[in-house]
Design a protein. Structure first.
Length: 91
């Protein structure tokens, strides 16, 4: 699993640590929020794979493949945060 800690750090600096806020609203732990976000990304990846199997036009396929690459990176980053939340807080 490839993790981009620099991207994680940049997004945390830009958006803040929203996991604790979401966790309070959902009455779960921040790590659970990260796992749920990773699940959302997996669902998006599955949907992209399904669309790619329908042989979309080349320009659409390129956009889908780029979106899949971004989603895989996001999913991996969410999973890393879920497993390493204390380290994430220190970024």
């Amino acid at each position: 699993m490839k993790v981009n800690k620099q991207l994680i750090k940049e997004r945390k600096a830009l958006y803040g640590d929203n996991f604790e806020c979401i966790a309070k609203k959902w009455a779960v732990e921040p790590e659970t929020v990260c796992k749920m976000m990773a699940n959302m990304k997996q669902c998006r990846i599955d949907a992209i794979d399904k669309k790619l199997k329908s042989f979309p036009p080349p320009d659409v396929a390129l956009k889908l493949m780029a979106a899949k690459e971004d989603s895989v990176e996001d999913m991996n980053n969410y999973l890393w945060i879920a497993k390493n939340y204390e380290e994430y807080k220190g970024l």
